[in-house]
Design a protein around this ligand. Structure first.
Ligand SMILES: [Zn+2]
Length: 414
C-alpha cells in the first residue's frame, strides 16, 4: 500500500510517527465541526491516497508557528506533538504564525478527539462537538465583549465575583434552568456561546427581569434545544439535607432519577479516576437514633451509602471530608458526562472554588479529565499560583481581574 501526503509541515515527522498520528485520529480532521474525509482510493487499484496532514503543535523550526514551546527535538518529532488535519485546516493551522490556533487549543482538540474516538471504537457511540467560547456581550460584571475561549479543560481563577456567573451563563445557554439571582437583577445581561455540534451554532442568551430569552444563529427560540449536555456541579455538599435518602440527594443534585445514580456507581467503579475505581459502595439502612434501651433504630425507608477505600472501615457519604466529598461529586459528574456524551457532546461545569484540593489531587484530576470524552470547566479561588506548572499543564487557565462592571477575563500562560 502506498500513501501519498499532500500536507505541509509534516516533513519532520517520520513516516512511522505520521502513521501513529493519523491512525490515532482515525483519519479525521482534528478541527471540531470539520467532516472532511482525509483518506480514500489512490490512482491504482492497490493504492490509497491521503489528503490529510500531520501538523506540529509546536514547530520543528525555531521561527515556525507557535514556536518550539521549550520542547526538545525528540519531543517535537513525537506523536504527542502532532494533530491530524484535512488539507484546508492543515494550511489554516499554520497560517499567520498559527495565531488562530494556539498550542493549548490544538492540544485540547487532540485530547478530546482521541477520547471520543477511543470510545467510538470500543462500541460506545460518541458525538463530536466542541464548546468554543462564551462572550460577555453586555453584563453587569465584565467589560463588554470579554471572551472566554474554552479548552478541553478550562480553569477560571480569580476573586469572588464572576466565576459562578460564567458557569451559570454557560449552563443557561445550554438549556439548564437559570439561577434566579440573575433574573432579579434590574439590568440586561447578554451573552453569546459558540459551539460546534458539529456545525457552528451561536446561542445568544438575553436575561432581563422577564427571564431568559434566547436566539440560535439569530433566530428566536422559545426553548433552547439540548445540543450539548451540561452537567453543572455547584458547591453542593454544604447544603446536603439530613432527611434525604442518599440516592434522592444525589439525584436532586444532578437532576436525574435516583435509579440513574445507582447506575453511575457501576460506571465510577469501571471508568472513574484511580481514586474512584478503588471505592467499594455499600448501601445500608440509615441509623435514625436509639431507643430507650440504647438499641439502634434504623430507618425503614431511608438508606445511605457507606464507602470503603481499600480495606478501610466504611465511612458514610455525608461523613466524608471536604476534599473527599468534592472528589466524589467529580466522579459522579464525570460518570454522568460520559453517559451523556454517548448521545450528544457534553461539558462538565465544576464550580468548586472552595474545594480544598492540593496539587497532587489537581494533578490527578487534570490527567483523568484530560482523557475524558467531554470538556470540563472548573473554578478556583485566585491567588493560587503553583510553583510547579506540571500539575496544571492540562488546563487552559484564566484569571478574572477586578473591578465590578469592567472585570477582565485574562488568559494566563504557564
Ligand atoms: Zn478540517
Amino acid at each position: 500500500m502506498a500513501m501519498t501526503g499532500t500536507g505541509r509541515g509534516d516533513a519532520d515527522f517520520g513516516g512511522a510517527t505520521r502513521k501513529v498520528i493519523q491512525e490515532r485520529a482515525a483519519y479525521r480532521c482534528v478541527v471540531p465541526g470539520c467532516v472532511a474525509i482525509t483518506v480514500g482510493p489512490g490512482a491504482a487499484a492497490n493504492q490509497t491516497a491521503s489528503t490529510g496532514t500531520a501538523c506540529h503543535i509546536y514547530s520543528a523550526a525555531t521561527n515556525g508557528p507557535r514556536g518550539r514551546g521549550g520542547l526538545s527535538d525528540e519531543q517535537l518529532s513525537s506523536p504527542e506533538n502532532g494533530v491530524w488535519a484535512c488539507a484546508t485546516h492543515g494550511r489554516l493551522i499554520d497560517t499567520n504564525a498559527g495565531d488562530a490556533y494556539p498550542a493549548t487549543l490544538l492540544r485540547s482538540w487532540k485530547a478530546l478527539q482521541e477520547a471520543q474516538i477511543k470510545r467510538a471504537r470500543d462500541g460506545q457511540p460518541t458525538h463530536l462537538g466542541w464548546l468554543d467560547e462564551i462572550k460577555a456581550d453586555k453584563t453587569v460584571l465584565f467589560k463588554n465583549g470579554s471572551v472566554l475561549s474554552l479548552g478541553q479543560l478550562t480553569l477560571i481563577q480569580g476573586p469572588a465575583l464572576g466565576k459562578t456567573a460564567l458557569c451559570d451563563w454557560i449552563a443557561a445557554s445550554l438549556g439548564s434552568k437559570l439561577s434566579d439571582r440573575w433574573i432579579s437583577k434590574n439590568s440586561l445581561i447578554l451573552t453569546s456561546l459558540t459551539a460546534f455540534v458539529p456545525e457552528k451554532r451561536v446561542i445568544t442568551a438575553r436575561i432581563t427581569e422577564a427571564g431568559l430569552s434566547a436566539k440560535i444563529d439569530g433566530a428566536d427560540c422559545a426553548e433552547i434545544p439540548a445540543t450539548v449536555a451540561c452537567i453543572y456541579i455547584r458547591e453542593g455538599s454544604r447544603s446536603w439535607s439530613k432527611d434525604e435518602d442518599d440516592d434522592a440527594l444525589l439525584g436532586r443534585l444532578f437532576a436525574v432519577d435516583p435509579g440513574v445514580i445507582r447506575q453511575l456507581i457501576f460506571d465510577i467503579q469501571r471508568c472513574g479516576s484511580d481514586w474512584g475505581r478503588e471505592i467499594a459502595f455499600y448501601r445500608e439502612p440509615r441509623l435514625d437514633g436509639h431507643d430507650e434501651d440504647g438499641e439502634e433504630i434504623y430507618s425503614t425507608h431511608k438508606s445511605e451509602w457507606v464507602l470503603r477505600f481499600g480495606g478501610s472501615k466504611g465511612v458514610t457519604m455525608r461523613a466524608l471530608s471536604g476534599s473527599e466529598s468534592a472528589r466524589l461529586l467529580i466522579e459522579f459528574g464525570a460518570a454522568l458526562a460520559r453517559e451523556r456524551s454517548s448521545h450528544m457532546p457534553a461539558i462538565l461545569l465544576l464550580d468548586g472554588s472552595e474545594w480544598p484540593f492540593d496539587r497532587v489531587t489537581m494533578d490527578q484530576y487534570g490527567k483523568f479529565l484530560s482523557t475524558q470524552p467531554f470538556q470540563t470547566v472548573m473554578t478556583k479561588v485566585g491567588g493560587w499560583s503553583p510553583k510547579d506548572p506540571a500539575c496544571w499543564k492540562e488546563w487552559k487557565r484564566y484569571e478574572l481581574r477586578s473591578e465590578v462592571g469592567s472585570a477582565e477575563i485574562v488568559e494566563v500562560c504557564w
